[in-house]
Design a protein around this ligand. Structure first.
Ligand SMILES: Nc1ncnc2c1ncn2[C@@H]1O[C@H](COP(=O)(O)OP(=O)(O)OP(=O)(O)O)[C@@H](O)[C@H]1O
Length: 239
């Protein structure tokens, strides 16, 4: 479970993320949507502890960043990209990461993610989509209680997006709490139980997904109405 307690981040006078409260239960998938600069990465980075809050706190399964290693062991994080050592193979990279995390490299997981046949391929020769899969395998290797994913569908083809959807659903069913950011509104509606709409560093709305098509329509309406509003504000200011 993720608990956000009036957590916010400010750089100088400007709020990257205004203080917000929230709770994401075990087994729930939340997608973070919003335009460039809306605050998606800031919120994910507050959860993964790479930035510290200006106010408030985040707790993951009751642990806070002050719990150190135990906090970091509760979650798996998939960044949007990573500078892998290009001359290492997929198998070596995955095994190294698993050992660094203190677990055995689970080959069944590589198979589930479709990387089994690429174990002897150099990471430097992988496509963007293949690198995304490797990052996902790394995020899942410890079977974490919480999964934080930054733009997990970047570079994935539509078939893989569906498979990713199924995979995340299986993880949620085993009780994982999942948060992912995405620019793809249809992907948000497909993956998530709830979509958090961020705008200008504020949590501007939440869309519960009970029906994928209806949720997609609602997210689109929300997103484009707020974009139009932002453009109109911009025009008004120039007059
Ligand atoms: N290190 C920083 N110093 C100053 N401002 C920052 C810093 N990091 C982020 N910001 C600002 O915080 C706001 C939110 O940025 P954030 O990266 O969270 O947005 P985002 O929704 O992830 O955007 P994108 O979709 O472009 O990745 C932006 O206005 C950004 O300029």
């Amino acid at each position: 479970m993720i608990q956000l307690n009036q957590v916010g981040k400010r750089y100088g006078e400007s709020w990257a993320l205004h203080p917000l409260d929230g709770m994401i239960a075990s087994g729930q998938v939340v997608a973070l949507c919003g335009s460039n600069g809306a605050g998606k990465s800031t919120l994910l980075n507050l959860m993964n502890g790479t930035i510290s809050p200006s106010v408030g706190s985040v707790s993951l399964n009751g642990l806070t960043i002050d719990d150190g290693k135990a906090y970091h062991q509760t979650f798996g994080y998939m960044p949007d990209d990573f500078a892998f050592e290009p001359s290492w193979t997929v198998g070596e990279t995955y095994a190294y990461y698993a050992l660094w995390q203190g677990v055995k490299p689970d080959l069944a997981l590589l198979k589930r993610i479709g990387l089994d046949g690429l174990r002897s391929q150099d990471v430097g020769k992988l496509s963007k989509g293949m690198r995304q899969r490797l990052l996902l395998a790394q995020a899942l290797v410890t079977k974490p209680d919480i999964l934080l994913l930054d733009e997990p569908t970047n570079g994935l083809d539509p078939t893989w997006m569906r498979l990713l959807g199924g995979l995340l659903r299986q993880e949620a069913e085993r009780g994982a709490t999942i948060v992912c950011s995405t620019h793809q509104l249809d992907v948000a509606a497909m993956l998530a139980d709830e979509v958090w709409m961020l705008k200008g560093g504020r949590l501007a709305g939440r869309v519960l997904v009970t029906d994928e098509a209806a949720a997609y329509a609602e997210i689109k309406r929300f997103f484009f109405e707020s974009e139009v509003e932002a453009c109109q504000t911009g025009v008004a200011r120039t007059k």
